[in-house]
Ligand binder design. Structure first.
Ligand SMILES: *Cc1c(COP(=O)(O)O)cnc(C)c1O
Length: 460
């Protein structure tokens, strides 16, 4: 295993061919597991005992490294695509999408510029334009796949502030002492995180009894804060409950004051692809920017967020990096995805979704998302019908939050640990208004009603 020539790792040889075969064999096996093991984390101590020492001067060889991964490291990672993984937001990549992710790696595509990645960028744009049309955003909308919703929200808000600064300069106004983004108290933590990175303030508008942000509440905050507000964020499906804000009324108020309107649909906006769920998302067409995460409910592997702008030119002006070595790219009118977000080098991470969509067609996507909404409804009814269990709130999308009467936080925690220890399911306790609760987040079409009732049975 000693380095005999600088090209040893790159040359086509029996050794490298064997390595590629072994790795792809493992990837193939994992992708086609009949029953994905749920697995569970290990302590640092146990992992140190079982898995240290892999980095050596001469290398341990591919066989041993793969064996270490397959037998020790991978089982110490939860399988987020397990049908009983119901915490946070699970992942459920289609076979086509996850297999194509391997192709993205094998192809060494630079997805940041048209000059380097035209074909990949074109295919990603096909998907982004399809999503924009589904969301009712106008022709000319466009965007980029970034790492996740956090970066998507940050990038959109940076664009929003840039646009607000330009407008206030053009109007001859001084910048406010502090820029402010308005959202609801139920907005995702990434909005506060973006605000901290940008050194701007967050003002929260109160939600109605249903947990939804509405235009009248936003209007009061906007009238109060005036020109200091550079963006309003509505959530299209909160992570905790799947609540969709009253996007239309919020959008109308933001539009009326020419304040940037951003829709955070990282989890829930995928449901807009389902005809029966579509009315809940009315108003997304008013957005200046919107995000949805393919790695959540669009059946793509980690990690991808589709960030779409109504006027991509505004994003270019906020995000394009200027450097002498980049002039040859930025001096052209090409579509360069790098210039639309906080990033430069980028993986063509939209391609797995493109390939799966191209393979299966959009109807399959609508049906698979609809399954999750329907299953949430069915299990919610089941919960209501069982003694000792009750819903915290009626599910709107595919998140079901419920309680087991008489249990303390410690009871929930012990139950959740047992469920994972027995490799039955991964359901971590959550809390709402100080009350410990349980939560099923459903995205996988392999999650069945029977699997969920089996979990409910353990709560008796
Ligand atoms: C998950 C989520 C995010 C953050 O997305 P990441 O991909 O985890 O960075 C933002 N907003 C909402 C509503 C989410 O559900």
């Amino acid at each position: 295993m000693s380095a005999t020539s600088p090209a040893q790792m790159h040359a086509i040889s029996d050794e490298t061919r064997g390595t590629v075969d072994d790795v792809l064999d493992y990837a193939r096996r994992r992708a086609l597991y009949q029953d994905v093991p749920l697995d569970k984390p290990m302590t640092p101590r146990d992992l140190a005992r079982l898995a240290s020492g892999s980095i050596t001067a001469g290398g341990i060889g591919a066989r041993r490294a793969i064996a270490l991964f397959e037998n020790v490291l991978a089982p110490a990672c939860l399988s987020t695509d397990h049908p009983g993984y119901l915490s946070f937001i699970p992942s459920a990549p289609s076979k086509a999408a996850l297999a194509f992710d391997v192709v993205v790696s094998a192809s060494a595509v630079y997805g940041g510029s048209w000059m380097e990645g035209a074909g990949a960028v074109f295919a990603e744009n096909e998907v982004l334009h399809w999503l924009a049309a589904e969301f009712g955003m106008p022709e000319g909308s466009g965007g980029v796949f970034v790492q996740g919703g956090t970066i998507g929200n940050l990038s959109a808000l940076v664009t929003a502030r840039d646009a607000a600064r330009r407008r206030s300069r053009e109007a001859g106004r001084p910048d406010p002492a502090r820029w402010i983004v308005v959202c609801s108290a139920e907005a995702h933590s990434s909005i506060a995180s973006a605000a901290a990175v940008m050194d701007v303030d967050v003002a929260t508008a109160p939600v109605d009894a249903g947990g939804r942000l509405r235009g009248d509440a936003v209007a009061r905050v906007l009238d109060d804060l005036g020109d200091a507000v550079f963006a309003v964020v509505a959530t299209a499906g909160t992570t905790n409950f799947g609540i969709v804000d009253d996007i239309a009324s919020v959008g109308v108020e933001a539009n009326a004051r020419e304040v940037w309107f951003h829709v955070d649909g990282a989890y829930g906006l995928a449901a807009m692809l389902v005809e029966s769920a579509r009315p809940a998302f009315a108003g997304v067409e008013l957005a200046d920017s919107a995000i949805v995460d393919p790695h959540k409910w669009l059946f793509a592997p980690f990690d991808a967020c589709a960030l779409i702008y109504r006027e991509p030119a505004l994003a270019l002006s906020a995000h394009t990096q200027k450097a002498e070595y980049l002039d040859t790219l930025t001096d052209k009118p090409d579509w360069n995805p790098s210039d639309l977000a906080v990033q430069l080098t980028r993986r063509a991470r939209g391609l797995p979704l493109w390939f799966s969509l191209a393979t299966h067609g959009t109807e399959q996507y609508r049906a698979t998302i609809a399954y999750g909404i329907d299953l949430a409804r069915r299990i919610a009814d089941e919960i209501e019908s069982r003694d000792g269990l009750s819903l915290v709130r009626d599910p709107q999308l595919s998140v079901v939050v419920f309680r087991r009467e008489g249990w303390s936080a410690a009871d929930y925690a012990a139950w959740s640990d047992r469920l994972l220890d027995e490799q039955h399911a991964f359901v971590v306790p959550s809390s709402h208004a100080g009350e410990p609760v349980l939560r099923f987040a459903i995205v996988s079409p392999l999650t069945t009603f029977e699997l969920l009732t089996g979990i409910l049975d353990t709560l008796a």
